[in-house]
Write a protein that binds this ligand. Structure first.
Ligand code: OAD
Length: 226
């Protein structure tokens, strides 16, 4: 069975990484549009770099939680495809093999001039650090208003699902949220979130109103009967 899992910030909340919309629209005290838009970048590159350098350190210090680990273990029984909006690497560190990052990865940097010049990036990116083409390095993260390069891939994978599981996302950010509509129309869709997102409620949607760790365990036990 092909299980597609769309994850958002909520799955990493129990690892100590705050969600985006949890704190009055601020992301670690910053306005999202200042640190996650091309305009914000043009206004203050040093500040944006510092912001992501801090995020990179925080992710490094975090560990996958039970929800990430249970999804990785599920690969012993089913084909599991993770599509994540998260820029952290907690699905990778939990051991999941099939992961698509829709919004980029905090442990990668790229040239401002050419988005296909990408590097692994464990440490800080500093103002003045340049790529081979002379372009300033920036985080390899999709900001508001930018193309989502992995969208087509994610759509194709979602179209192949037998079950769709949506964990810890407010479903407010497009095009990521639109993936729901690419799943075959009648397959079961499970939504795991302590706060059920605003959405049309179709008869094939099932809501598990729990934190990710409890919700994933319940899904595996009660739905998949594993
Ligand atoms: P949000 O911050 O919008 O939503 C987080 C969701 O997680 C909310 O629906 C919460 O109810 C839920 N949540 C909180 N704690 C949880 C827990 N322990 N277990 C399960 N769910 C929990 O985050 P996203 O939907 O991921 O984009 O945001 C989408 C995109 O907006 C992000 O990828 C980011 C942001 O701007 C970019 O960086 C481009």
């Amino acid at each position: 069975m092909h299980i597609t899992v769309l994850t958002g910030a909520g799955i990493s909340a129990e690892s100590g990484i705050p969600t985006f919309r949890g704190a009055g629209g601020l992301w670690e005290g910053f306005k999202v549009e200042d640190v996650a838009s091309p305009e914000g970048w043009l206004r203050d590159q040093k500040m944006v770099l510092q912001f992501y350098n801090a995020r990179r350190k925080a992710v490094k210090n975090a560990n996958p939680n039970k929800a990430h680990l249970d999804l990785a273990a599920l690969e012993q029984h089913h084909h599991v495809q993770i599509i994540t909006q998260n820029i952290d690497d907690l699905h990778e560190r939990a051991g999941s093999k099939n992961i698509v990052h829709l919004h980029g990865e905090i442990f990668k940097s790229r040239s401002v001039k050419n988005e296909s010049i990408i590097y692994d990036c464990e440490g800080d990116i500093n103002f003045g650090d340049i790529a081979t083409d002379g372009g300033q390095l920036r985080p390899h993260i999709v900001w508001f208003g930018e193309q989502v390069p992995n969208l087509e891939k994610a759509i194709t994978l979602t179209e192949r699902s037998d079950i769709l599981v949506i964990i810890g996302t407010s479903m407010l950010v497009y095009p990521a949220a639109s993936l729901l509509h690419y799943a075959p129309y009648d397959i079961p869709v499970y939504i795991i979130n302590p706060e059920i997102p605003e959405m049309n409620k179709k008869s094939n949607y099932h809501f598990i109103k729990k934190n990710a760790s409890e919700g994933v365990a319940e899904f595996i036990r009660d739905v998949l009967k594993l």
